[in-house]
Design a protein around this ligand. Structure first.
Ligand SMILES: C[S@@+](CC[C@H](N)C(=O)[O-])C[C@H]1O[C@@H](n2cnc3c(N)ncnc32)[C@H](O)[C@@H]1O
Length: 252
């Protein structure tokens, strides 16, 4: 398999599983743009939370295939059909990941605490009534509760526990999710952040945010700049977050 990302015709589907869409493509494009940094980063453990069809974790595994067997992959989803679709998508591309049907990373959190070098997440982010959050099947793909933050706010502390000292988190968020506030939440946990991709579709304004621990911010920051990202330096310029938010609202 020579392609660097998953091939749509080989991605497995199911009526109850989220099909790769603009947000999935944005996340994979952001990872692809950061690929040389990711290869230099030499992750040993990568995880996707909410793997759906398996399009993203399969693409990540293909991108990192030059690293060979030194890198291991985990993928979780609360939806059993998604776990099965991910297994089939990985197999069709001849790459491997452990797949766990789990709420975020329950069951793995203790085993993998502080060990995961890359976490990727395209969470359910659509603002919906609270009661839709946690529903089974396809509704779990998008239902994000108030401001679309219900699941995101559960994922952030889990990602913090899972990430290694050099760990990177890539997360998709909408303008409605208040990305600058997500960055502030992570800043309080010691993370720097950067918007590495912004894309507006007819329906939504998507952001892919990259987070890394502030103690290694300088090194990672330079790598993000080198990969051509756009965005702001929340950790180094804390006052920028409100400024950034104002710029954001004027753009959308
Ligand atoms: C927007 S879809 C993204 C799917 C896939 N990653 C992609 O980009 O195409 C969100 C995924 O998160 C899963 N999900 C929702 N809540 C979850 C939770 N609490 N724990 C694990 N996965 C969850 C959904 O079942 C769905 O597959």
């Amino acid at each position: 398999m020579s392609s660097k990302i998953a091939q749509i015709p080989l991605v497995s589907g199911h009526p109850e599983v989220y099909e790769p869409c603009d947000d999935s493509f944005a996340l994979v494009d952001a990872l692809l743009a950061d690929r040389s940094s990711l290869l230099e980063h030499q992750p040993r453990l990568c995880m996707e939370i909410g793997c759906g069809s398996g399009y993203v974790i399969t693409s990540l595994a293909l991108m990192l295939s030059p690293l060979g067997s030194q890198v291991h992959f985990f993928a979780t989803d609360i939806n059993l059909h998604a776990a099965e679709a991910t297994r089939a998508t990985l197999e069709a591309h001849d790459v491997h990941s452990e797949i766990v049907a789990a709420d975020i990373a329950s069951g793995l959190q203790r085993r993998l605490a502080g060990m995961v070098d890359v976490v990727v997440v395209n969470p359910p982010y659509v603002p919906t009534p609270e009661e839709e959050v946690g529903c089974e099947g396809i509704t779990a793909s998008w239902a994000g509760g108030e401001d679309g933050r219900k699941v995101i706010d559960k994922i952030l502390p889990v990602a913090d526990k899972l990430l290694s000292d050099k760990g990177w988190l890539y997360m998709v968020a909408l303008t409605a999710n208040n990305p600058s506030d997500i960055c502030l939440v992570m800043r309080e946990k010691g993370y720097a952040s950067r918007i590495i991709l912004q894309r507006s579709t007819e329906e939504e304004s998507l952001h892919v945010i990259k987070f890394w621990r502030e103690s290694v911010a300088d090194v990672n920051g330079r790598q993000s700049v080198a990969s051509g990202g756009t965005g702001s330096w929340f950790s180094q310029l804390p006052f920028m977050s409100s400024l950034w938010q104002r710029n954001e609202s004027s753009r959308t």
